[in-house]
Structure formats: C-alpha cells, structure tokens
Design a protein around this ligand. Structure first.
Ligand code: ADP
Ligand code: MG
Length: 388
C-alpha cells in the first residue's frame, strides 16, 4: 500500500497506515439513537488509509475502491459544505477536527477498504475513523472523543442523524469479544460468546433507495413517541427509559404507526439484555430465538426489512445447525447475521448461497464474523490486504 501511495502522490519520507474496522451488530437494531443498548462486534473487514503530509497545503483524498479522488485547500476545511460526494465523510471528519481545535495541515490520503459499501457493515464509520486517525497522523486522541467526533462528522456534515454505535465499535472493538454498548452512558462491557457457535453475515447485495429517508422518518417517529410518553411519565427522556406498560398506557393518544415504532425499540432493548444473559449461560437456542424475535419486530413493527432480507432469514432458519437469524444494520437491504454451529458454518454458507441465488437470481456474499480489534495504526504492513 506504501508503494501504491508513492506511485500516486510521489515520494514521501514517512508514510503511515491506519486501519478502522467495519462491524456486524448481533442484536439491538435502531436502539442506539434512542440511547439504548447494542451488541456489535468489530470485523477483520476494514478500511485502511495510507497518509503523509503533502507539504503544499492541499488535502488530497483518493479511494482505490472508487478509483477516484478530490483535493481541497486545508486552510478552508472549516468553511466547506457537504457536496453529496463520498469525500464528504473524510472532509466532515477533517472539519470536526478543526472545530475541536486540532490543526489539519496539507495531507495526502490513499484509501483501500475491504468493507462492502452500503451493506450494513458500516463502511461509513470505518472510513470516518480511519480518516480521523490518518489526519491526526499519530497525534494522540482519547478513544471516546474519537468516536464522538466521527459521529458528529456523519451527523453534521454528511447529514445522517446516526447513533453512536458504528463509530464506537470501530474504535473500541476487541478480538474474541462482542461489545455491549450503553448508548446513553457511553460505557461498554465485553461479552464473551459461546465457542461452539459462530456468526455469519450474508449480503443480500441490494440496497433500496428508501433507506435514507426512512431512517430520518424513524428518528422522527421515535421522537414523537417520547413527546407523548413524557406527558404521562415525565421521567421518560428517551425510549430507553420507557416500558411496554407505559407505552400501552398512552396508546390511545399515539398514532398507531408511532406506537409500533416505539414498541420495537422498547422490546429490542430488552432483547439485547436477554441475549447477553443467554450468551453467558451458553444458551445458544435462547440467543437464536431472540435474534428471530428481533427480526420479526424489525419486519412488522419497525418496518425496515425488505423481501430479500426476509427471504435470507427464512431460508437460514431451514438450514441445519442454525439457531437464529436477523437483518443487521439500518435495513432495506444489506446484510443478515446468522447464529450457526461452528462446525456447520461452511455447509450453511454453501446452502444459503444456493437458496438465495435460486430464489432471487443474485449471488450473495458471505462473511464469517470473527470479532477483531478496533482501530489503530498498522505496524505490520504485511497484514494490509492487496488491492483488488
Ligand atoms: P454502510 O455504512 O452500511 O456501508 P452507508 O450508506 O452508511 O453504508 O455508507 C456508505 C458510503 O460511505 C458510500 O456510499 C460512500 O459514500 C462511503 N464510503 C465507504 N467506504 C468507502 C470507500 N472505501 N471509498 C469511498 N467511499 C466510501
Ligand atoms: Mg453507515
């Protein structure tokens, strides 16, 4: 990757490489922006950025995956506005660094990623976090500050009202562990998963155009539910604080659609806690059941699934060794995650590819989700994947 960098930008005395992983969320979907609980794992799939000072006051950003780049005056980063181009992600991060009082000088960035884009494995957070580290160029930053700064970039500059999960897990991920994040306190605990099972992500290879606007709608619907709940229960500051009984008590005042959305979020928080307990007890059947309940809730109450994801889940549940399956990520396409006996995972992969291809005429991609470490500088350059 260093050679590719020098080929593109010319000689540089010290090129450093930074990595930030994608993630798969095991359970706890659309709960992060409601300040509840999520349980993601960081993946081996990651975004790598090679970086060095440009020496001419320009910030140049080139993505090998897009075979395309742009350049900006580093001095004007503070006043740039969103353009709708993919460089909004790294430029947004640069702007948030400047706003936090951290100088960003002329820099050349070469991006290479193995996280599939727009598939619910969070290529966006992987790009943000790796951009932040590359622009810092080894200067220290507190981990939580890094995650929050990248979230602000996506919210303020890109214009996506996302929660903290994706950036948080990309920073705090840990090999061999899932990470249960409390999205209000912003604390976490590591969760060891039973060794006999593994998680497999299956990419539906579709992304419906609806996904962006629907996300905004759901954020608004959750806020509407909180406003109504608060009138009867003033301690409810977010859906994280509400119970199903409280929701039932105000249901006559709620728009039925808003009530369904709130029901998903409230029950999903409980499922995260149930899943962590089941995992600690080695109850893989219980973990699987909660994943299926999560999917049904996303399908019917939150209404962010789609035919392709439902098919992947229903097909997975027919395959030997599978304990549970659900859509993961924002929805309307992207990936499912399936809990399967470790020994049955290869046969599962073959079977699900066959079934989805037969039904949809699309070959899905399959990723084994062994938990990996969070973001940092890459010291062993031989671990960087080669360009496609
Ligand atoms: P997800 O985070 O689930 O992958 P998003 O829609 O949130 O999906 O983010 C995907 C967007 O992030 C892409 O459309 C692109 O703008 C940007 N992106 C991610 N990775 C790269 C990359 N390697 N090169 C260029 N742009 C990227
Ligand atoms: Mg994203």
């Amino acid at each position: 990757m260093i050679a590719a960098f020098k080929q593109r930008f010319g000689p540089a005395p010290e090129v450093r490489v930074f990595r930030a992983p994608g993630r798969v969320n095991l359970i706890g979907e659309h709960t992060d922006y409601n300040l509840g609980f999520v349980l993601p794992v960081a993946l081996e799939l990651a975004t790598y950025i090679a970086a060095a000072p440009s020496g001419d006051g320009k910030l140049r950003i080139y993505s090998e995956d897009r075979a395309e780049g742009r350049e900006f005056d580093a001095a004007s980063l503070g006043s740039l506005e969103r353009s709708g181009h993919w460089t909004d992600y790294p430029v947004g991060v640069a702007q948030e660094l400047v706003r936090a009082g951290i100088a960003v000088g002329g820099t050349n960035l070469l991006i290479r990623s193995t996280v599939p884009e727009g598939s619910g494995l969070s290529s966006s957070a992987a790009l943000e976090v790796s951009s932040a580290l590359a622009l810092l160029g080894g200067r220290p930053i507190e981990k939580l500050e890094l995650a929050k700064l990248c979230q602000r970039a996506e919210r303020n500059f890109v214009g996506m009202p996302c929660g903290i999960m994706d950036q948080y897990i990309s920073v705090f991920g840990r090999a061999h562990s899932a990470v249960e994040i409390d999205c209000r306190s912003l604390g976490h605990r590591l969760v060891t998963l039973p060794e006999s099972v593994t998680f497999v992500a299956v990419n539906s290879m579709v992304k419906h155009a609806l996904s962006g606007s629907a996300y905004h709608d759901r954020v608004r619907e959750c806020a509407a539910a909180v406003t109504e709940l608060q009138k009867a229960f003033p301690t409810v500051q977010s859906l994280r604080d509400a119970t199903v009984e409280q929701l039932d008590a105000v249901s006559a005042q709620l728009d039925p659609v808003v009530a369904k959305r709130a029901r998903h979020v409230i029950t999903e928080d409980a499922r995260v806690n149930g899943f962590v307990s089941a995992s600690a007890a080695g109850d893989v059947a219980g973990m699987g059941r909660l994943m299926v309940e999560s999917h049904r809730s996303l399908q019917h109450d939150y209404e962010v699934s789609c035919a392709e994801l439902d098919l992947l889940v229903d097909a997975a549940l027919q395959i030997e060794g599978v304990h549970g399956s659900r859509m993961t990520g924002g929805g309307f396409g992207g990936c499912t995650v399936t809990l399967v006996e470790r020994s049955a995972a290869p046969a599962f992969a073959t079977a699900i590819v066959q079934e989805y291809s037969r039904a949809m005429g699309i070959t899905p991609r399959v990723y084994v989700c062994d938990p990996a470490d969070g973001a940092g500088e890459v010291k062993k350059l031989e671990t960087i994947p080669s360009a496609e």
